[in-house]
Design a protein around this ligand. Structure first.
Ligand SMILES: [Zn+2]
Length: 252
């Protein structure tokens, strides 16, 4: 321990003793994050999770593009992935959970299944645009996310959708839901699926794990400015996290 501390000090001294840092080095470093393929879609497209932030509490997973005709919030997650380094949270983002649906602009996956009705909790045989699949967790996208969430066990999950424009507060943790609504500038709402929600990802996660998963609904046409300039920072603030410079980002 003492040796490691001494080495750290030596490195710091050698850095500060060198030539003055160029102006470009004082800018926040653009982060390059590790990615993992957590599974593949029915058509074989990779489903990618990016690990941002630091290994500390809270552990958060953000999911967008679960329904392929609700693409706007994918820009929030891609902006976080491609921007300045994230601090104060152990963050995973899955910007394009349903890549086949996103490629075709359809709610459901390539096999015509609504992934948010395919989870094995209160699953029911639904038809039409909410087709829940032949059996619970029949879809490769569902099984990929279940494996990923079982492994990561996040404290919090936000699942971004459109176009209902609100955050459901009729949930197990209404205080958290109200905080999410306030910081994202969205109204509070009751999104009850017209009764029981069958086979949803949030329902499955909240039943099986101590963490909490919440659905966030933006409107039909949120502005690009909101998705890329405002919402990324707003989402981080929910968890007390931030982007940009800190002592690890710039040379002394
Ligand atoms: Zn949706």
């Amino acid at each position: 321990m003492v040796l490691r501390l001494a080495l750290t000090v030596a490195v710091a001294v050698s850095l500060s003793a060198g030539a003055p840092a160029a102006a470009s080095e004082l800018r926040p470093v653009k982060a390059a994050y590790a990615s993992q393929v957590i599974g593949h879609s029915a058509k074989g497209r990779p489903i990618v999770a990016w690990h941002l932030g630091e290994s500390r509490k809270p552990k958060v997973v953000l999911i967008a593009g679960m329904h392929g005709n609700e693409p706007a919030p994918t820009a929030i997650l891609r902006t976080l992935r491609d921007g300045k380094s994230v601090h104060g949270v152990d963050l995973w983002v899955v910007p394009a959970y349903n890549p086949d649906g996103l490629a075709r602009g359809t709610r459901r996956n390539a096999r015509g299944v609504d992934l948010n009705r395919n989870y094995p909790y209160h699953w029911a045989p639904l038809t039409g645009s909410y087709y829940s699949g032949p059996t619970p967790s029949s879809e490769p996208e569902t099984r990929a996310m279940m494996r990923f969430l079982r492994r990561v066990k996040p404290d919090w999950i936000l699942s971004f959708h459109q176009p209902l424009h609100g955050v459901d507060v009729a949930v197990q943790r209404p205080g958290f839901a109200r905080r999410v609504a306030r910081l994202l500038g969205l109204p509070t709402a009751t999104l009850d699926c017209g009764g029981v929600c069958h086979g949803t990802m949030t329902g499955w996660y909240n039943h099986r794990f101590p963490g909490f998963a919440l659905t966030v609904e933006y409107g039909a046409r949120p502005s690009r400015h909101l998705m890329t300039k405002l919402a990324p920072g707003q989402v981080l603030r929910i968890f007390g996290a931030w982007r940009g410079t800190n002592k690890f980002d710039v040379l002394p």
